[in-house]
Write a protein that binds this ligand. Sequence first.
Ligand code: SF4
Length: 384
Amino acid sequence: MKYVDEFRDKAIAKKLAAEIAGEADPGRQYNLMEFCGGHTHAIFRYGVQDLMPDNVDFVHGPGCPVCVLPIPRIDNAIELATQGAIVCTYGDMMRVPASRKNSLIKAKAAGSDIRMVYSTQDALKIARDNPDREVVFFAIGFETTTPPTAVAIKAAFAEKLANFTVFCNHVLTPAAIQHILQSPELRALGQVQIDGFYGPSHVSSIIGSAPYDYFAEEFQKPVVIAGFEPLDVMQSTLMLIRQINRGRFEVQNQYTRVVTPEGNEKAQAIVREVFELRRSFEWRGLGEVPYSALKIKEEFAGFDAERRFALTKSTGKDVKGCECPAILRGVKKPTDCTLFGTVCTPDNPQGSCMVSSEGSCAAYWSYGRFRLDIAKGKAGEAAE
Ligand code: SF4
């Protein structure tokens, strides 16, 4: 298949692996953070880590949109449904644990009207078909999913669709990367030891490569915007290592078949029309991050669920022992969590990182790389 097979070519992968091994300085460590969960899954699905020298480590960042949403926001979505609204959201969101072991799918099983949709247009249709009910679209995601939400709000505005609102949880990538690099708490703990970043693929197709220029310069860290196929990740690794070795900190674009410097200007314009920056937003794992999320502009206030409904401030916390917050900050790996593969599996997720198809724990588990170790551990325990 064009644009797929040529980016999974074994011979080229071997050649790239040899080039990376030749370029990586054995006297130093390379900690490279992939911001996007799609990269994490490519790394584990295709065994890219196994092709790297020992001193090249992939650090998984907060790039899974479902994973970074804090529990109180999920509690609020459930609260809206239990108050009688039809709550619509994307499939990945349904199983993410909320507080008190609840989730949207459990609330649905208990009788709330919560519906999985494939697009914002599905949510609009539900609102049109149910004029006597409040319909709330639980909007989540990075810059990639924001334009369709803006389109839906504009459509509802044009149609005067009075029973449709959006519970907006759209977050921004550059602000999160910047937060990771400048967080005084993390610096004090010596936890920020990232040498370079893989820029996200889909997000960058919308925002372009230019927004990364600031922090590459400010924090002197190289960024390579990388595609999702294994050879994309490997080529980007080589580009990052070369920059690090030469003391450079530039934004390079490996994913030129999709990403341009300016991005999708039409999508950016519609987002600017409907949304504005929030002063602060809580991320799971990162805490409050200034100017890292969007809210609906005053002009469209009638379609803002947070203005129409009184929402309770929940204090829900992650399950005891769940390391999702530390994993999302890039300071722990899924295998550092004692619940990984024992209590917590995709069939019985205890934290957000095991639910989403972009979550790090799901990536570690799904391709079977760590199951054998865990099975051996259990067998050993039974024998003792
Ligand atoms: S394995 Fe489960 S409990 Fe542990 S960090 Fe991942 S999602 Fe949380």
